[in-house]
Design a protein around this ligand. Structure first.
Ligand code: SAH
Length: 333
């Protein structure tokens, strides 16, 4: 676009800097651009970062942003402050096609992929909602949707996030979570040094077929085999997420099978309390059961952490995101 305006290429860097680092929302504000270029840009482009149509605040300081997209679709993005970090949970699709039994977003079905602008736009929108002194430190693709099912746009978003001309975020602070789309996992780690989280949830194909139906396409042996081959940095480990469901996948036999399943890998496990949502008969495991499960993983030399639920009171926790589809507004004021 800069070349078309008859300008030198360094102008593109200047524009990117204003948009991605200074968060300006008009070409007027780009002080170091010549007037002619500003006019050209104004004529041909718009800067329209998504804005939060609603912000819900949890008692634990978690904030959920509802972002309305131009065509009436809506997505949710969650700001999660903890002691020493502020994590942003980013959505990659409006809805999701993966149909996992324990996830509220699955009930929406897939509405559509998010564009690159809508993906990165969530960071821009979240920055506007930060409190004084607060800064985003970590970015997780654990919101609505399956990021690896929207691969080209995800990777363009990752490029903008990590590039020096973009947001200059260290890839070590970014985690992409996947239900296990094997070919895309391998491609992603060949291209980016981000962290990978795999949503596992079961230790047998029979159960995983039911909880995460994509398992029928990429069964456990294939998934674990692919994880073995991933080009990981020396200190990196694959993180496996495991939602603890009472009486479904939380027995001590499950824990022992999990140790065995992951033994060929450099892995760590994140045990997640199931967050209930309307219409789901599933129940969360008790804290005692989660601790007993974790103890077995530790005995098997498997590092395991327990993820505390955040923002459950505003339906902002894992698996609770469900954005209501609105009619497209006729005109925006
Ligand atoms: N599609 C991607 C990213 C979105 S889900 C993936 O599957 O990884 C992000 C995490 O939330 C996943 O580990 C998912 O299994 C977990 N999750 C989904 N529903 C949940 C629920 N109801 N309670 C707790 N965690 C849930």
């Amino acid at each position: 676009m800069v070349a078309e305006a008859g300008e030198r290429s360094y102008r593109a860097r200047q524009i990117a800097h204003w948009v991605w680092q200074k968060n300006v929302d008009s070409f007027e504000a780009m002080r170091d651009l010549p007037e002619g270029l500003k006019l050209h840009l104004k004529e041909h482009f718009t800067i329209a970062p998504p804005r939060a149509a609603r912000v819900s605040r949890s008692a634990d300081r978690t904030r959920k942003l509802l972002l309305e997209l131009g065509d009436g679709e809506a997505i949710e993005t969650v700001i999660i402050p903890a002691d020493d970090r502020v994590t942003l949970c980013i959505s990659s699709q409006a809805g999701c096609a993966m149909d996992c039994e324990f996830c509220a977003t699955a009930r929406m079905g897939l509405h559509r992929n998010l564009t690159t602008a809508e993906t990165v736009g969530q960071i821009v929108a979240a920055r506007r909602e930060l409190e004084p002194g607060e800064e985003l430190t970590n970015y997780v693709f654990m919101g609505m949707g399956e990021p690896l099912a929207n691969y080209p746009r995800l990777t363009r978003a990752l490029t903008i996030m990590t590039a020096g001309w973009g947001m200059a975020i260290s890839p070590r602070r970014i985690t992409v979570s996947t239900v296990g789309l094997v070919p895309m996992m391998e491609r992603l780690l060949a291209e980016f040094q981000v962290n990978l989280a795999v949503s596992l949830h079961a230790t047998t194909d029979e159960l995983r077929d039911r909880l995460a139906p994509i398992n029928r396409r990429y069964p456990l042996a294939e998934l674990i085999g692919a994880c073995r081959r991933l080009p990981l940095k020396r200190r990196n480990r694959v993180m496996f997420e495991y939602v603890m469901l009472e009486g479904v996948n939380d027995s001590l036999a499950d824990a022992r099978r999990l140790v065995k399943l992951l033994s060929p890998l450099r892995a760590k496990v994140n045990l997640i309390f199931f967050n209930p949502f309307a219409g789901s008969p599933l129940r969360a495991s008790s804290r005692a059961q989660v601790e007993a499960f974790r103890a077995i993983l530790h005995q098997g030399n498997l590092t395991a952490t327990v993820r505390e639920s955040r923002g459950t009171d505003i339906q902002a926790a894992c698996g609770q995101l469900y954005a209501v589809h609105h009619e497209a507004p006729a005109e925006r004021v």
